[in-house]
Structure formats: C-alpha cells, structure tokens
Design a protein around this ligand. Structure first.
Ligand SMILES: *Cc1c(COP(=O)(O)O)cnc(C)c1O
Length: 366
C-alpha cells in the first residue's frame, strides 16, 4: 500500500463545491484585493484565537516580518529564538537587520527551553520569538515571565499551531502577537500562500494594518516604509470554507496520533511527548528512531511518505555562518535534527494506511 505524507486532494474532495462557489463569487465581484471577505476571515480567526485583533497578510513569513517591522526591531537589536524550526522564523529576524540569538530546545517537546532564555538576554535584546513546533505550544508562562522582567516583546510563531492551547489559552493570545501561516500543508491551509497576525495590543494592530500596505494613510501619504503584505480575498474565501472544519480535522489528527502511539508502544520508536499543559493540533507527528536516515530510505522504498523536520538547525545553516555558531554549541537541537522524522498524520488517513506505516517502520527496526 502507498501512503503519502499528506493528501490535500482527499480533503479538497470533501469541500470542493463550496470552495469553487466561493472563489467564483470573488471572481464575479472582481474585488480581488482586500475587502469584506478578508475582514470576515480576520474576525473569525481573531475569535478562534481569543484575540481582539487580526491582520491578514500574504504568508506566515510575512506575518513574522510585519510583526518585527511594526515593533520597529532592526539593526543593533537581538531577538532570542530556537534554532529548531522552519527557516522563516530566523530568516525574518535577519531580514530586518537584527541578530538572531539561539537558545537550545527541550529534548522532549522540541520547543525552546525556557530555563535557558534568561542567560541569553543582553541590553540589546528586544524580543523573544518562541515557535510552537509541530502543533504543540511552547511553555509560555516562564517565557512571559522573562519577557515581563526585561520588558521584551514576545512574538509567537504559531504557524504550525493555530487553535492549539497551553493551559487552556490559545496560540497567539499570550504573547505580544501571534503569527499564523495558511501554507497548504498547515492544519488550516489556503489555496496558495497566506498568513495572519493576531494581537490584543491596539497600537500594534494599527501599525500592522499600515505596515501591510506601505505605511500608507491616507492614500499616497506614507508615514513609514512598509511593504505589500496583503492577503487576497481568494485565499480568504477558501479559508472561510475550511475554518469551520478545523477542530474536527485537528481531532482526527489527535486520534491518528493516539493510534500510532499504541502501535509503537514498547518498540524502539520514540513517540511524541505532549505536555499535560498542552492540547496539540499535530501539524506533524514526529518520531525519534535509531539509524534515522536508513529508516527514511526504507519507508521511501516502500512508498510510505515521510519527511525530516528539520535536518539542519538554523545556527548551522550556511547563510548564518556570519553568526559564528559552532557545531556542538546547541547539542539538543543538533541531536534532534539527526534522530527525528515525521510520519503521515493527516485527518483522512485510514487505520489500514496507518497499519502500513507502522509495519514499514517496525519491519526495518525489528
Ligand atoms: C510554515 C512556517 C512558517 C512560514 O509560513 P509561510 O506561510 O510558509 O511563509 C514560519 N514558521 C514556521 C514554524 C512554519 O512552520
């Protein structure tokens, strides 16, 4: 049996008519930039995230970038974050001219280790950017505690964790702002690129709205330099069709995860650790295995989808060589990068498909 890592067609088949009708409505209106559909999505995402404000933007990357720009973080500033994340988190810090300062991760959750943050704070630190990796939120209480004591902004990279919770609080609602991605492989995926920033800070919200549109107000008068970070209504209407299904889809992922957890119990496979404080949405189901690269090759040979998130931690990327981080400096992240691999977890997986995945893994590991 072949099992893909993700099957977007299976999900699309369940909502196709609604998406096509909604997209056709936008095309008929020819209101193709901004407008009421984008505003409606902003309202609904703010609500789903227990936040007062939401600003639709062009991608998850641009959500992070527009937050940093709106908080006026730039050259001479430092931002503390995790090296074990998708590149965009760090890329945005570097792009505004600030210095990424890496703190190692918790070996169980793969999220930033809050106990190591305070030692990384300097006079130049302006913000902490925790990432809620694989669908599980970072340990926000101790992160907010350090941020409050040193007066730092907290930008939650919640690209993989929309509607996920920590102590019953939603991703994006605890820090200064939260950033979501609607990249098609995320739990709430658009039909192209898209993203959103949520916040409870009115001044930041107003600045984000301007940053998204060239710092322009009124028309052709520019208060500061922003960019074009706008979200298209075509994306908004597709996301409005999908949003009501999100909780069910995330629940199906949790059930699939529980199924894997049972099947891998007592084997050499390390299953994901979910903190009792968290409700994860399992954007990924990542296992740790011995001889990881051989397991990946074995699965690929058997047409079982899998992926390595992420093979190279950010501090060892070629583009960040100028930061001077050495191999061995962030050992927990480096070890995770060598041992981790993701298995198919999407909602439409059947038990038979999961059995095929489990069999392929255990078949190799014996
Ligand atoms: C997907 C992702 C992003 C970037 O989102 P895009 O919409 O692809 O730009 C940022 N951070 C993390 C952790 C992500 O997984």
């Amino acid at each position: 049996m072949q099992v893909p890592l993700l099957d977007l067609k299976a999900q699309y088949a369940t909502i196709k008519d609604e998406v096509l009708a909604a997209v056709a409505e936008v095309l008929e209106s020819q209101r193709c930039i901004g407008g009421p559909k984008v505003e409606e999505l902003e309202k609904q995402i703010a609500q789903a995230s227990d936040c007062k404000y939401a600003v639709g933007v062009s991608s998850g990357t641009d959500a992070l970038l527009s937050c940093l720009m709106s908080l006026q973080i730039g050259p001479g500033d430092e931002v503390i974050t995790t090296p074990f994340t998708f590149f965009a988190t760090i890329g945005c810090i570097a792009r505004v001219g600030a210095k990424p300062v890496f703190v190692d991760i918790d070996p169980k959750t793969y999220n930033i280790d809050p106990d190591l943050i305070e030692a990384a704070v300097t006079k130049k630190t302006k913000a902490i950017m925790p990432v809620h990796l694989f669908g599980q939120m970072a340990e926000m209480d101790p992160i907010m505690d350090v941020a409050d004591r040193y007066n730092l902004a907290v930008i939650e990279d919640a690209a993989q964790s929309i509607t996920s919770t920590y102590k019953d609080r939603k991703a994006g609602s605890i820090g200064t702002a939260g950033c979501f991605s609607f990249f098609p492989s995320k739990n709430l995926g658009g039909i192209g690129d898209g993203g959103m920033v949520v916040t409870n800070d009115e001044a930041l919200y107003k600045r984000l709205v301007l940053t998204r549109n060239h710092g322009m107000e009124p028309k052709y008068y520019h208060k500061f330099v922003g960019a074009n970070f706008r979200l298209d209504p075509i994306q908004a209407v597709a996301l409005l069709v999908k949003l009501p299904h999100l909780d069910d889809w995330s629940q199906a992922r949790r059930e699939n995860a529980a199924y894997y957890d049972r099947k891998f119990k007592g084997t050499a496979v390390g299953t994901p650790y979910i903190s009792p404080d968290c409700k994860t949405i399992y954007n990924q189901y990542c296992i740790r295995v011995p001889r990881r690269d051989e397991v990946v090759a074995h699965l690929q040979a058997n047409h079982i989808g899998c992926e390595i998130y992420y093979p190279v931690p950010a501090h060892l990327q070629e583009c960040f060589a100028y930061l001077g981080c050495k191999e061995g400096s962030l050992p927990v992240s480096e070890k995770a990068a060598k041992e981790i691999m993701a298995l198919p977890i999407y909602p439409e997986l059947t038990d038979e498909m999961q059995d095929a995945v489990v069999a392929a893994v255990l078949d190799f590991l014996g």
